[in-house]
Design a protein around this ligand. Structure first.
Ligand code: K1U
Ligand code: ZN
Length: 186
């Protein structure tokens, strides 16, 4: 199991446009596996490649124990109805805010076999798909907040950001080990 470092707000990679995946390689399969491991350890429901410093157009999501890999995803349809709900982001830890988004989306993507599929989703999965696809285009949930709410979210982030030198969030892969003496066998 490889746990990847998560890039946090301020790292330019989070604002880059990703590159479409041309070929499904073993390297991509390993990246996807590591992204799932990292997302589960961070207790997230989604993770996009830029969040781990990569520029491939790929993200993973898992809402309600249904893991999904989306490669080169495209939103084909958005419901005209919108809803507001609170979001967080593994790249902006401890900052939350309401985001208004279409209630349902229809997404087309490739799976890890390179096969095209479509998923239509609302509720948390629909929101998570939109959040991850935004990451693949350099967009973050704070971009949707009103000036005032964004200002207060950024004030909170100013207090948090020094915990992440070099814009890197390191996850503890085995919490039991963090309290163990280096010579101690676990
Ligand atoms: O991409 C990410 O930063 C992951 C992010 C995805 C997300 C959260 C909330 C709404 C839409 C998309 C997270 O998983 S942050 C963790 C979190 O807020 C959460 C975890 C479990 C259930 C609900 C939210
Ligand atoms: Zn995010």
């Amino acid at each position: 199991m490889s746990i990847l470092d998560i890039r946090v707000l301020g790292d330019p990679v989070l604002r880059e446009e990703t590159k479409p995946v041309g070929e499904i390689t073993d390297e991509l399969r390993t990246l996807v596996k590591n992204m799932f491991d990292t997302m589960y350890l961070a207790k997230g429901i989604g993770l996009a490649a830029p969040q781990v410093g990569r520029t491939e157009r790929v993200a993973v999501v898992d809402v309600d124990d249904s893991p999904l890999v989306i490669i080169n995803p495209e939103i084909l349809e958005r419901d005209s109805k919108t809803a507001k709900a609170e979001e967080g982001c593994l790249s902006i830890p401890d900052v939350y805010g309401d985001v208004e988004r279409p209630t349902r989306v229809r997404v087309r993507a490739l799976d890890l076999e390179g096969k095209e599929f479509e998923v239509e989703a609302g509720e948390l999965l629909g929101r998570c798909l939109q959040h991850e696809i935004d990451h693949l285009h350099g967009k973050l949930f704070i971009d949707y907040m009103s000036v005032l709410k964004r200002r207060s979210a950024m004030a909170k982030w100013q207090k948090e950001k020094d915990k992440y030198p070099g814009f890197i969030r390191k996850l503890e892969s085995d919490p039991a080990r963090s309290h163990a003496h280096p010579d101690e066998e676990l």
